[in-house]
Design a protein around this ligand. Structure first.
Ligand SMILES: Nc1nc2c(ncn2[C@@H]2O[C@H](COP(=O)(O)OP(=O)(O)OP(=O)(O)O)[C@@H](O)[C@H]2O)c(=O)[nH]1
Length: 513
C-alpha cells in the first residue's frame, strides 16, 4: 500500500515536473524563435557590404530558420565573426579614405579661382569643423551633400563667368584696328591715350578689349573733331565780330559825313546869301564911307563863315582818317587771324596724312599720292614702280621684348628707310609693320640695286633689346606699273611679290612683272 502511494506520488511529481519542463521548453523555444528572428534581421542590416559576408549570412539565416543545432551553426558563426572583424577594419580604412577624399576635393575647390566669398567661407567651415566631427560613415552624408551643393554653386558661378567670358577674336581684327589707329594723328594727351590703346590692342585680342578700344578711339576722334569745330567756330565768330564793327564804323562815318555835308551846304548857302546881300547893299550905298561900313561888316561875317567851313572840313578829314585807321586795324587783325587759321588747317591736313609713330606719311597720304602718280603715269606713260616692304617676324619682337620695343623698332626702321630712299621716291607707313614706296622714273631693272641697298641697310642695324642683340630683316615685293593696270592690279602684284618673298624664306626681294 505504501508502495502504491509512493508510486502515485512519484507519478504526480513526474507529471508536474514534465509539465513545468514543457512550460520551460516552450518558453525557450519562443525565446530562440525571437532570437533567430532578431539575428536574421540583424544579419540583413549587413547586406550589401561584402558579397562573401552576404553569402555566409544568408546561409546562417537559412540554417537557423531550419532549427539546425548549435554544433552545426558554430563553424558558420565563427566564419561570420572573422568576416565581420575584417569588415570593421575595412570600414575604418574606408572612413579614413573617404575623409581624405572629401578633404582633398574641398582643398582643390578652395584653391580654384573665382569662388565667391560666402562659398569660400562655407567650404572652410566644412573642412575644418564638419569633416573633423565625422565619427561614422553615415555622418558623411550631410557633409558630402553640403560639399556637392558648394560645388554646384561654384559651377553655376563659373558657368555664368564662362558665358560672359570675353570671346577671343582672330588677331587679324586686332591688327586691322591697330593699323587704323596708326593712321590717326593726335597730339598731347590724346596721343598718349592712343598709344595706350594701341598697346592694349596688340597684347589682348579679346572682344571686350577691342570693343572698349574702339569706343575710346571714337571718343578721342569726337573730342578732336569738336575741338576743331570750336576753333573754326571761334574763327568765324571773330570774322563776324570784325565785320559788324567795320559796318558800324562805316555807318558812323557816313552819318557823320551826311551831317557835315548838311552843315557844309548850310554854310555854303549862308556864304552865298551873304555875297548876294553884299552885292545888293553895296549897290544901294550912297557914300564910300557907307559902302566901307557895309562891306566891312559883311566881310567879317563871311570870314567867320569861311573859317567855320574850314574847321568843318578839317574835322571831316580827321574823322575820315580816324575811321580809316580803325578799319585798317580791324582788317589787320582779321588778316592775322585768317593766316593763323590757314596755317592751322594746313598743319592739320599734314598731320592727318602723317603716321604719328614713325612720322612718315600714312596710308591716307599714300592713297592720295598713289592716285596722283597713277594719273600722271596714265598721261605720260613714264616708268613707275611700287614697292611693298614688311618686317620679318615682327610679332616676335613684340612678344619677346614688349610692345614699346616693337614701336621703337618701327621708328628706327622708318627713319632708316627714309634715309635710304631717293628724294623723289615717296615712302609711307602702310600700316602695322608694312611700308610702301612709290618710285617714279624707275623701271624694274633699276630698282634692284636701291632695294637691295635698303634690305641690307635694315639688316645691318644693330638692334639690342634687354641686352640681347637682335638682327631684324625685311622682305620686299616690287612691281612696275603697266599701261593696262588699274591701281588695284599694281598693288595686288606688289603684294603677291611680297608674299612670295615671305614664303621663300624672308629677308629677300621678289620682283613681279
Ligand atoms: N609694336 C607695334 N606692333 C605692331 C604695330 N602694328 C602692328 N604691330 C604688330 O605687328 C605684328 C605683325 O605680325 P604678323 O602679321 O603675324 O607678322 P610677322 O610676325 O611680322 O611675321 P611675318 O610677316 O610672317 O614675317 C603683330 O603682332 C602686330 O600686333 C605697332 O604700331 N607697334
Amino acid at each position: 500500500m505504501s508502495n502504491n502511494k509512493e508510486i502515485e506520488s512519484l507519478e504526480k511529481k513526474l507529471a508536474s515536473t514534465i509539465q513545468s519542463r514543457n512550460v520551460i521548453e516552450q518558453a525557450r523555444h519562443a525565446q530562440i524563435a525571437t532570437l533567430v528572428q532578431f539575428v536574421s534581421k540583424l544579419s540583413l542590416t549587413c547586406k550589401g557590404i561584402d558579397i562573401e559576408l552576404d553569402n555566409r549570412l544568408a546561409n546562417f539565416r537559412s540554417s537557423i530558420s531550419k532549427g539546425i543545432d548549435f554544433e552545426r551553426l558554430k563553424p558558420l558563426i565563427d566564419d561570420i565573426s572573422i568576416l565581420l572583424q575584417q569588415q570593421e577594419s575595412r570600414q575604418d580604412a574606408n572612413i579614413r579614405e573617404l575623409h581624405q577624399t572629401v578633404n582633398d576635393a574641398g582643398k582643390r575647390l578652395q584653391q580654384s579661382k573665382g569662388v565667391p566669398d560666402d562659398l569660400r567661407r562655407s567650404l572652410r567651415n566644412l573642412l575644418t569643423n564638419e569633416l573633423n566631427d565625422i565619427k561614422a560613415t553615415q555622418d558623411f552624408v550631410p557633409v558630402l551633400s553640403n560639399l556637392v551643393e558648394i560645388y554646384h554653386q561654384v559651377l553655376n558661378n563659373k558657368h555664368g563667368d564662362l558665358s560672359s567670358e570675353p570671346e577671343q577674336l582672330s588677331p587679324d581684327l586686332a591688327n586691322e584696328l591697330l593699323n587704323l589707329t596708326s593712321e590717326l594723328a593726335f597730339e598731347g594727351e590724346s596721343a598718349k591715350k592712343i598709344d595706350y590703346i594701341k598697346q592694349r590692342i596688340s597684347t589682348n585680342h579679346q572682344l571686350n578689349v577691342l570693343l572698349d578700344s574702339c569706343i575710346n578711339i571714337i571718343r578721342l576722334i569726337v573730342a578732336t573733331i569738336s575741338q576743331e569745330r570750336q576753333t573754326a567756330q571761334s574763327f568765324l565768330f571773330a570774322i563776324n565780330e570784325t565785320l559788324s564793327l567795320l559796318h558800324q564804323t562805316l555807318l558812323d562815318s557816313v552819318n557823320r559825313s551826311k551831317d557835315v555835308g548838311h552843315r557844309m551846304a548850310q554854310l555854303n548857302q549862308q556864304i552865298e546869301d551873304k555875297i548876294y546881300q553884299l552885292n545888293d547893299q553895296s549897290q544901294q550905298a550912297n557914300s564910300i564911307t557907307e559902302l566901307k561900313l557895309i562891306v566891312g561888316k559883311k566881310l567879317e561875317a563871311l570870314t567867320l563863315d569861311i573859317k567855320y567851313k574850314e574847321e568843318l572840313e578839317i574835322q571831316e578829314r580827321e574823322c575820315i582818317t580816324e575811321s580809316l585807321k580803325v578799319m585798317q586795324t580791324r582788317i589787320d587783325s582779321l588778316e592775322k587771324e585768317t593766316s593763323i587759321y590757314r596755317e592751322r588747317l594746313a598743319e592739320q591736313k599734314f598731320k592727318s596724312l602723317q603716321d604719328s609713330l614713325t612720322k612718315l606719311p600714312n596710308r591716307a597720304a599714300f592713297d592720295e599720292r598713289f592716285q596722283l602718280e597713277f594719273n600722271s603715269f596714265k598721261r605720260n606713260n613714264k616708268n613707275l614702280c611700287l614697292v611693298v616692304i614688311d618686317v620679318d617676324h615682327f610679332k616676335r619682337i613684340n612678344d619677346s621684348f614688349g610692345h614699346s620695343a616693337g614701336d621703337k623698332t618701327l621708328q628706327v626702321i622708318a627713319s632708316a628707310l627714309k634715309k635710304t630712299v631717293r628724294n623723289t621716291d615717296f615712302i609711307a607707313r602702310f600700316g602695322g609693320e608694312e611700308f610702301i614706296i612709290i618710285m617714279p622714273d624707275t623701271d624694274l631693272k633699276q630698282i634692284i640695286q636701291p632695294l637691295e641697298k635698303i634690305r641690307k641697310a635694315i639688316k645691318a642695324i644693330p638692334f639690342k633689346f634687354k641686352d640681347t642683340s637682335v638682327q631684324i630683316t625685311i622682305s620686299i615685293g616690287a612691281t612696275q606699273f603697266m599701261s593696262v593696270d588699274t591701281t588695284q592690279e599694281v598693288f595686288d602684284r606688289a603684294d603677291d611679290a611680297l608674299y612670295e618673298a615671305k614664303r621663300t624664306g624672308r629677308d629677300r626681294l621678289v620682283i613681279k612683272k
